[in-house]
Design a protein around this ligand. Structure first.
Ligand code: DX5
Ligand code: ZN
Length: 225
């Protein structure tokens, strides 16, 4: 099954609760929450208090994408606030293994994120310990950017690495995904799709979630034949 993770970065924060309810009812599988610190990425978004107020109001697992330097300092606070999955950038810490251990010690699922040009070799000694790898298909920091096409090959290579190691690791892809390219991303091997602007900047976010799910399932079925 392919999971859709709407990114609330592109939501209307005045109507956040209502918008989350709509995408949940439409069949979204996770809620992707982009945390930006103005250091690791050139933008500042939302953080712990917002996660606290969402927690318990939706059944969707909270997929917290930390675009922050020194993630090790903040992991306990994000977990305490209600993160179900915490992902952090390997480029943002010299101690990725330590961060993974601390996320797991807090009882959350742990994932690592790679920027578009960060090589998959970074994963060599991390892959067996993570629940998820998130591949960025745009340079992190902003919603609404264009999908970088070379990432398709990277997705396929990572899928191959996961399968050949016999691991059960989710492969999530984030940035620039919408109805025109979701099938390519699924065919390449992603099983969790993040979509921000294509959902929340559309006239009807609920219908857009349903469309993305339908297209993703079609791509998966076609691949099985
Ligand atoms: C970018 C964020 C993404 C972003 C995706 O730094 O990590 O999650 O919200 O937005 P779209 O789907 O508009 O590229
Ligand atoms: Zn993200």
């Amino acid at each position: 099954m392919i999971k859709i993770a709407p990114s609330i970065l592109s939501a209307d924060f005045w109507r956040l609760g209502e918008q989350i309810r709509k995408v949940e009812e439409a069949g979204a599988d996770l809620l992707h929450i982009d945390v930006m610190d103005g250091h690791f990425v050139p933008n500042i978004s939302i953080g712990i208090p917002v996660i606290k107020s969402i927690k318990g109001k939706t059944k969707l697992p909270l997929d917290v994408h930390l675009m922050i330097t020194d993630p090790e300092r903040y992991v306990p606070y994000f977990c305490e606030a209600g993160a179900d999955i915490v992902t952090f950038h390997v480029e943002a810490t010299p101690h990725p293994n330590r961060v993974i251990q601390s996320i797991k010690a807090e009882g959350a699922k742990a994932g690592v994120v790679l920027n578009p040009t960060t090589p998959l070799s970074f994963l060599e000694y991390l892959l067996p310990d993570v629940d998820m790898v998130l591949l960025m298909a745009v340079n992190p920091g902003f919603g609404g950017q264009k999908f970088l096409p070379f990432v398709l090959e990277k997705i396929a290579k990572l899928r191959e690495m996961i399968e050949s190691a016999g691991l059960k690791v989710d492969l999530e892809v984030d940035g620039g995904i919408g109805p025109t390219n979701i099938k390519d991303v699924v065919r390449a091997g992603a099983n969790i799709i993040v979509a921000g602007s294509s959902i929340f900047s559309s006239d009807n976010p609920a219908e857009r979630v349903k469309l993305l799910k339908k297209l993703a399932e079609e791509a998966l079925e076609a691949g099985k034949r």
